[in-house]
Ligand binder design. Structure first.
Ligand code: 3PY
Length: 246
């Protein structure tokens, strides 16, 4: 299985950054047989970025979607619209959305189902908060989010992102052993629920993944790739993380 690396630009990126996206698209060519790469630019750049990189191996991903295909939801975007703009996937349930927009597991599952209906891949993010970690039950918390956030039905074309919320944008990362334990639990949870197909679901690590820690984290068993925040904003550092996955 090829590793999957996804760059999450969050609320960063103007038209002047399209050249940087072009550099990423050119730079990944040498890794394409070993690593699949997606980028989540802001919505305002998605269509132009996808058009500019057409013909390259770089795929595009939305950062969020609504669970309805269309309707009276001012300011929202549907999975269908993302597909129409050139996205092959969408992040659902990123911890920043769970915190800023009070998204719960049920809503995340509805969004994941909407993505599947629109034929794009839901990247379903789960992970414990600092408080949940300190309460002593981070595994139970993450396993519960996995159960409720991931829809029933075939898990093919579903990706799970394990992102401890306390590691997002903080520069802190869990110990490698803790990442290994959590990923092993997630894998077991997927197999218990989906049988052998649970082995084929890619489980990514996200949370302050950068060029310094990528080698170690991406070598952990059951870490099938990564979600990269700040380090994906520049082609040079993003390509260094991609090289670590290759
Ligand atoms: C981060 O590492 O900051 C992320 O949010 C990745 O999705």
């Amino acid at each position: 299985m090829r590793k999957l690396i996804i760059g999450n630009w969050k609320m960063n990126g103007l038209s002047s950054d399209l050249d940087e996206i072009g550099k990423i698209a050119e730079g990944i060519a040498e890794f394409s047989d070993r690593v699949e790469v997606m980028l989540c630019p802001p919505m305002t750049l998605l269509e132009r970025a996808a058009a500019r990189c057409r013909g390259s191996d770089l795929k595009f991903c939305g950062q969020n979607c609504h669970f309805d295909p269309r309707g009276s939801h001012t300011g929202e975007v549907s999975a269908e619209m993302l597909a129409d703009a050139g996205a092959s996937a969408v992040l659902v349930g990123h911890s920043e959305r769970r915190i800023d927009s009070s998204e719960d597991h049920d809503m995340v599952r509805l969004k994941a189902e909407a993505a599947r209906r629109a034929n794009i891949i839901p990247i379903i993010c789960i992970g414990e908060s600092e408080h949940e970690r300190e309460s002593g039950y981070p595994v139970e918390t993450v396993m519960y989010s996995l159960r409720v956030s991931v829809p029933d039905g075939s898990p093919s074309h579903v990706v799970v992102g394990y992102e401890p919320a306390w590691a997002i944008g903080t520069g802190r990362t869990p110990m490698e052993d803790d990442i290994a334990t959590m990923h092993a639990h997630i894998r077991r949870g997927l197999i218990d629920r989906f049988g052998e197909s649970g082995r084929l679901v890619r489980v990514l690590y996200g949370g302050s993944l950068n060029l310094k820690n990528a080698d170690g984290i991406l070598a952990i068993p059951d870490v099938d790739g990564g979600l990269v925040g700040g380090a994906s904003l520049k082609a040079e550092s993003f390509l260094a993380v991609i090289a670590a996955a290759a």
